[in-house]
Ligand binder design. Structure first.
Ligand code: ACO
Ligand code: ZN
Length: 165
């Protein structure tokens, strides 16, 4: 059964299903240099469906976000060991950007992460990716670290995180 989380005009923001994964992989291939195996997409959907979300307009997939949960050292507290949500990847097709779809995907994934009682939510983003950094900052994420040569091409990442209540 499809779980529609919200509608933005004619765009449905809903939880992903196995039949969405091919389209999600296609969006990923078009929009980002970091790609993953089919199995990885399937396992993220199986393990954390509450935060694997797609945006769809008239049957066409235009965006996705997918996440995982982990236990690890807090990005905020000294010495804290916490449960964390982790944005693995988010993208919106170029032609559909700047309409609030990216924001809706992140906000709905935050809700999914809260359902799993995570203490924090974090992600890595290229330091040059101003669009994405600005979006995350608007939603309350803050830069907590710069990760040296995080990407294959040598670019640094910002680790951005938010504390959840
Ligand atoms: N009219 C005009 N502008 C609008 C409207 C509107 N109706 N709604 C939102 N906007 C503006 C926002 O205010 C924001 O502007 P700002 O950046 O100047 O503050 C801007 O549009 C973007 O916000 P959204 O529309 O919510 O986001 P968008 O759908 O464009 O998606 C994303 C952002 C996902 C980063 C997109 O640019 C993208 O797919 N980029 C390529 C892939 C990528 O870089 N992904 C992130 C990698 S990091 C990671 O995956 C963890
Ligand atoms: Zn990551």
């Amino acid at each position: 059964m499809q779980v529609i989380l919200r509608q933005l005009g004619d765009c449905n923001i809903r939880r992903a299903e196995p039949s969405d994964l091919i389209s999600v992989m296609e969006i990923n291939l078009k929009t980002l240099p970091e790609h993953y195996s089919d199995y990885f997409y399937e396992s993220l959907l199986a393990e954390f469906p509450e935060a694997f979300i797609v945006a769809e307009i008239g049957g066409k997939h235009v965006g996705y976000i997918m996440c995982k949960t982990e236990y690890g050292f807090s990005n905020f507290k000294k010495l804290g060991f916490v449960k964390k949500g982790h944005v693995v990847s988010i993208a919106v097709l170029d032609e559909y950007r700047k309409k609030g779809i990216g924001r809706a995907l992140v906000e709905e994934s935050v809700n999914g992460v809260k359902l799993r009682k995570c203490d924090e939510f974090y992600l890595e983003v290229r330091c040059s990716n101003n669009e994405a950094v600005r979006l995350y900052e608007k939603l309350g994420f803050v830069i907590r670290q710069q990760l040296n040569a995080y990407y294959r091409d040598g670019e640094d990442a910002y680790l951005m995180a938010i504390e959840l209540d």
